[in-house]
Design a protein around this ligand. Structure first.
Ligand code: FUB
Length: 447
């Protein structure tokens, strides 16, 4: 077994608090295939990493060199704990294969078991699955010297049943597989079985969980070309399962993959998934999350992906209202500010009487007295009615915006609040002015 020499150093170098939330969750790098797990009372997310491919590298257009881990307690501020496993650390893997596809990690008896696919040096398969073990979710992880025996394929997923028995699932193609794991979590304890009665066509990315005695076998599936998130249910971790249909529609704007995990945190179920929000390139993906709800009979309600995502935003943050929850009838465009990372967006082409709502802002105990907005305008400007509840809800303040010298010349405007506001509220900004485009908005913040 090899201790990761890189890990401690990279944890120290990269560990930084990125006060970001909404969707996508991480904006300073590309993250795909997120597995979310509750560990030590926090939510940890184990995604893969997308980078731009040099010619001839990686497979299927993906170049994936390493794994980071992220955590959050409030679902709003995410900490990047840095690289926990790099392709160069995997003894049995091609050191520059860029084949570190979707991973998973699970806690058992105080140890954290990390499962990942990599291209094997011995060329016996497209991908083999490796294991690394740590005392903490954020590492350092100790890698096994060799890959797991008796299986090959992509997208490992682990599930531990209420009786303590662990299962491994994997595969991509027409078939997905599962098997019991030994107590050491590093070897199969049973022959792999094909998960039965799933629809034909390409499937991958299994994610299994149990709720109220129902075992959910969830998976990305491509009956119509690109992947929708679908599920089947059963009474046992290895089936038989009955196919139930999709719970998240496929992307229709040119992102072939989706890959997800489902977790309950502080009483709310959520689905973590990926899209190409920042890059508009299906090989440079970004992880997102949204709430997920069940019907009385245990069926999963359709999840409609949002910009707003999960979590409560502190009113004192730079609130990115371009990640709005709702928008009025009048169109407002959302465009990137610059093209580099970390990604940032603006509300663009704002006209009179348009509005956006940004749900779940925490105004705490009501001691905030001022509002600030970062705006740009090459026109006359206008004003922003800062309200809570709805577009005609309680008016907190009116912020006057003047010409700043250009549509990219950003300036902060501020005004005292006319009314006190406390607790968690839905914030609404109603835009007012004369004809044409008024101003652009980057963020709003309370002091
Ligand atoms: O990220 C590479 C591959 O794309 C994953 O392993 C699949 O699940 C799909 O998301």
């Amino acid at each position: 077994m090899k201790k990761l020499g890189l890990s401690l150093l990279t944890i120290i170098l990269f560990a930084a608090n990125f006060a970001i939330a909404d969707n996508p969750l991480v904006r300073h790098m590309y993250t795909a295939d997120p597995t979310a797990r509750v560990m030590n009372g926090k939510l940890f997310v184990f995604p893969s990493t997308d980078i731009k491919c040099e010619e001839g590298k990686g497979n299927n257009g993906f170049c994936m060199p390493n794994y980071h881990v992220f955590s959050s307690e409030n679902l709003f501020d995410w900490t990047d704990h840095g690289v926990i496993i790099d392709q160069a650390d995997v003894k049995w893997g091609v050191f520059d294969g860029f084949g570190m596809w979707a991973p998973d990690c699970i806690e058992k008896e105080g140890k954290y078991y990390y499962y990942f696919p990599d291209m094997p040096k011995d060329t016996t398969a497209f991908r083999r699955i490796g294991v690394a073990v740590a005392d903490n979710p954020e590492g350092p992880y100790t890698l096994e010297n060799d890959y797991m025996k008796g299986l090959d394929g992509i997208d490992p997923n682990v599930f531990i049943d209420t009786d303590g028995q662990a299962y491994l699932y994997w595969g991509g193609g027409e078939k997905l597989y599962g098997a019991k794991l030994k107590a050491n979590m590093k070897e199969l304890a049973s022959e792999p079985v094909v998960i039965n009665d799933l629809p034909s066509k390409y499937k991958e990315g299994s994610f299994v969980f149990e709720r109220n005695g129902i075992y959910y076998f969830t998976f990305p599936h491509s009956p119509h070309g690109t992947e929708e998130l679908a599920y089947a249910t059963g009474d046992n971790p290895l089936g038989p399962f009955e196919y139930q249909g999709f719970f998240m529609k496929r992307w229709t704007n040119g992102c072939w993959t989706n890959h997800h995990s489902i977790v309950e945190y502080k009483g709310q179920w959520m689905v973590f998934y990926h899209h190409k929000d920042i890059s508009n390139n299906e090989h440079l993906r970004s992880m997102c999350a949204d709430n997920l709800n069940f019907n009385e009979d245990g069926s999963i309600q359709e999840v409609i992906p949002t910009l707003r995502g999960i979590g409560v935003c502190p009113a004192t943050n730079e609130i990115q209202i371009d990640r709005y929850s709702r928008i009025g009838e009048k169109e407002i465009q959302v465009n990137r500010i610059g093209s580099g990372l970390p990604a940032n967006w603006q509300l663009d082409y704002i006209t009179n009487d348009s509005w956006v709502a940004y749900d779940r802002v925490n105004f705490r105990d009501g001691n905030l007295t001022e509002v600030e907005m970062n705006c740009a305008s090459a026109a006359k400007g206008g004003s922003v009615e800062v309200r809570i509840g709805g577009a005609t809800g309680k008016l907190l303040a009116v912020v006057k915006i003047t010409n700043t010298g250009g549509w990219n010349q950003w300036k902060t405007f501020n005004v005292k609040l006319d009314k006190k506001v406390s607790g968690i509220q839905n914030l609404v900004c109603v835009f007012k002015g004369e004809e044409g485009n008024l101003f652009n908005v980057d963020w709003i913040k309370f002091k």
